[in-house]
Write a protein that binds this ligand. Structure first.
Ligand code: SF4
Ligand code: SF4
Length: 319
């Protein structure tokens, strides 16, 4: 698989990276060995970049995969949602210990939202100190927000940014409002010009665009300001699909079978705002009485996808 330089980090990454979230406990909950085998399969087919996070609880899959071959060259990115210094340092130590790596290649502030940079100053300082001590090689942030992506372009100590972008503009935010893909691409362009490494997330909008597989990939891979595209995998066949897309052997009429996929609400992200419930034509969304968050009644759900674009935090996912 083609490799490119990730901004000014000096790291060479494959143009597609392995997003590990789908195989983990919050989605498919694959057995560790099964997940590790899919990861090794991707590594053995030229992918050298993998994205995880403290809250995904997926380190055991990566460790198992790394132990099964010579994968020292693989570049690992992890991230932490906490905003204070000590929690970020603990997250870095946890990653080093659980992944069996002295140095984590990339560590990020996870999902930074509009207005949060100040309150996450402690976490950012921890990342800078960790880099200074040689515990991590590059630091940055992940975000769904256009304004934060613009901020990232201006942050001198920031090496990489991991923004959300897809052809339909699903899930892109600016403050409390939705924003367009064009607005996000302008901010990404500024990051690229500033020498930041850029790798993107949610090319399929959390599963909502999987039915438009090639269109979704055509859009992100055509963006010269994006160095690498993280794609989530939970099956070996999905890795094969991406490989055949990238080597140009995919039938132009191919679309993956998504008939067995269901709509789910990620309670780590849901804010209980009710937009999905209002958009649902089938009355399939209700509120969980214990936490006030949305739930899907799969007996009623038509998998029409109307709920997905209206969710401000991309909590509606399909797998
Ligand atoms: S996919 Fe359609 S039917 Fe199912 S919960 Fe969403 S809006 Fe309702
Ligand atoms: S639209 Fe999103 S955040 Fe709002 S209730 Fe539905 S899933 Fe939760």
């Amino acid at each position: 698989m083609k490799k490119v330089l990730l901004g000014n980090t000096g790291m060479e990454v494959s143009i597609a990276g392995f997003g590990i979230l789908p195989m983990g406990p919050s989605q498919l909950a694959l057995p560790i060995e099964e997940g590790a085998e899919i990861i090794r399969y991707a590594f053995d087919h030229g992918m050298n970049f993998i994205d995880t996070a403290q809250y995904y609880r997926t380190y055991p899959y990566i460790k198992k995969a790394l132990d099964g071959g010579n994968y020292d060259h693989v570049i690992i990115c992890s991230k932490c949602l906490e905003d204070d210094y000590d929690s970020m340092m603990e997250a870095i130590e946890e990653a080093r210990s659980e992944l069996g790596r002295e140095v984590i290649d990339i560590f990020l502030m996870h999902e930074v939202r509009s207005g949060q940079l100040e309150e996450r100053e402690g976490a950012w300082q921890a990342l800078k100190d960790a880099k200074e001590k040689g515990l991590v090689r590059a630091i940055g942030l992940s975000t769904h927000h256009v304004d934060i992506t613009w901020e990232a372009a201006k942050m001198e100590d920031l090496d990489v940014v991991f923004p959300l972008i897809n052809y339909a503009g699903l899930g892109i935010r600016k403050g409390d409002a939705f924003a367009t893909r064009e607005e996000m691409m302008e901010a990404i362009h500024a990051c690229h010009l500033a020498g930041k490494g850029v790798f993107s997330m949610k090319a399929f909008g959390g599963g909502s665009l999987t039915a438009h597989y090639q269109e979704a990939l055509d859009y992100v891979f055509a963006q010269e300001d994006i160095d690498s595209v993280m794609v989530g995998f939970g099956k070996k066949r999905e890795v094969d699909d991406l490989l055949s897309y990238l080597d140009g052997t995919m039938d132009p009429s191919y679309q993956p079978d998504i008939s067995k996929k269901k709509v789910h609400i990620n309670h780590e992200d849901c804010e209980g705002c009710g937009s999905c419930k209002a958009a649902c034509p089938a009355g399939a969304i209700y509120y969980n009485k214990e936490n006030g968050l949305a739930e899907v009644d799969h007996d009623k759900c038509l998998t029409c996808g109307y709920c997905s674009p209206v969710c401000p935090v991309r909590a509606v996912i399909m797998y």
